[in-house]
Design a protein around this ligand. Structure first.
Ligand code: TYM
Length: 328
């Protein structure tokens, strides 16, 4: 059985983009893969975080994973900082990475433009991400489009380590969905939907109430043509709504274009909103039942133990390959 690893940062409530680009696929993959899903809290601290908010976001993300359908009997769900092997291997990989390749990462460039004081963690972040993946002999990493470059670096680091020291890492493949890999902001459809957007109208949070979802979709930026047609270049707003609607409803974009021929954006937007609400409501109900439960803690404890067993074995191999510590 192939191994899957993926992670999500607990840096705010997840957006519909996170769900459609990543989480939704995780739940399908767990049926026939050995899956590790991680709450990557050590990644979140590369930018300033409020201690109490971070704690809440970690728990909230764990509950959202489960509410979305991650089954702890099938998948290993755990918190990155509870498995020390991540930072251990992260350091080893950082030591074989080059400044130039890290500085070329577009996410580093974007994020460092927004910060006044740039932490060195923001630069070395992709080496920790590579460690996350390589610790579990991962075959496939399901992610949205924005993580593609980080995955290329992970593959390079794995190959570099294997060639230089010993052939211990599986070189992982990236898996990016054909539709939904880049859900765009509702207010600026040339930018990706992001949970750190300062304009709340730009994203739908997975925990937004139905009324709020409706309002946000109704005020989504479109164009003056009044035609429901998929054209990413010239009609990015409508195309984004069509993508969202298509994944939420399971109907193809062609079918939707036909359905809304001759109809204005008003009816279309109302139906997109209904489809999103229909998708998120059951997840939200499960989320509220889980968030304060003891079950959640037990699942995360078991997850950290199980992940730790595999991860520690890999760290021991990597230390031996690099000549760290003593021969025992
Ligand atoms: P993060 O927390 O920003 O996002 C989590 C997942 O959601 C996807 N995603 C999107 N997909 C479609 N449209 C969007 N607008 C959108 N926004 C986000 C992301 O591509 C991602 O799959 N560095 C990672 C977390 C990470 C990780 C890992 C991922 C750390 N270690 C190891 C995979 C494997 C990140 O910041 O994702």
């Amino acid at each position: 059985m192939k191994t899957i690893f993926s992670g999500i940062q607990p840096s705010g409530t997840l957006t519909l983009g996170n769900y459609l680009g990543a989480l939704k696929h995780f739940t399908q993959l767990q049926e026939d893969h050995d899956c590790f899903f991680c709450i990557v809290d050590e990644h979140a601290i590369t930018v300033p975080q409020d201690r109490l908010k971070l704690r809440n976001n970690i728990r909230s993300l764990a509950a959202l994973y489960l509410a979305s359908g991650i089954d702890p009997e099938k998948s290993t769900l755990f918190i990155q900082s509870e498995v020390a092997a991540h930072t251990q291997l992260g350091w080893m990989l950082q030591s074989i990475s080059y400044m130039g390749e890290l500085e070329r990462m577009t996410q580093f460039k974007d994020k460092s433009n927004k910060e006044t004081a740039i932490s060195s963690g923001l630069l070395t972040y992709p080496t920790l991400m590579a460690a996350d993946i390589l610790l579990y002999n991962t075959d496939i990493v399901p992610v949205g489009e924005d993580q593609k470059q980080h995955l290329e670096l992970t593959r390079n680091l794995a190959q570099r380590f294997n060639n230089k020291y010993n052939d211990i890492f599986t070189v992982p493949e990236v898996s990016i969905p054909k539709v939904g890999a880049r859900i765009m902001s509702l207010q600026d459809p040339t930018k990706k939907m992001s949970k750190s957007d300062s304009n709340e109208k730009g994203f739908i949070s997975m925990l937004d109430e139905p009324k709020k979802i409706e309002k946000k979709i109704k005020s989504a930026v479109t164009d003056s043509e009044g035609k429901v047609k998929y054209d990413k270049e010239n009609k990015p707003g409508v195309s984004n709504l069509l993508t969202i609607y298509s994944i939420c409803s399971g109907e193809s974009i062609d079918v939707l274009e036909e359905k809304y021929e001759g109809k204005g954006y008003g009816v279309f937007k109302q139906d997109v909103a209904n489809a999103v609400i229909h998708l998120l409501e059951p997840i939200q109900n499960k989320y509220y039942a889980l968030i304060d439960s003891e079950d959640l803690d037990n699942i995360l404890d078991r997850g950290a133990d199980k992940a730790g067993m595999t991860a520690n074995r890999t760290v021991a191999k990597a230390k031996k390959a690099m000549g760290l510590g003593r021969v025992k």
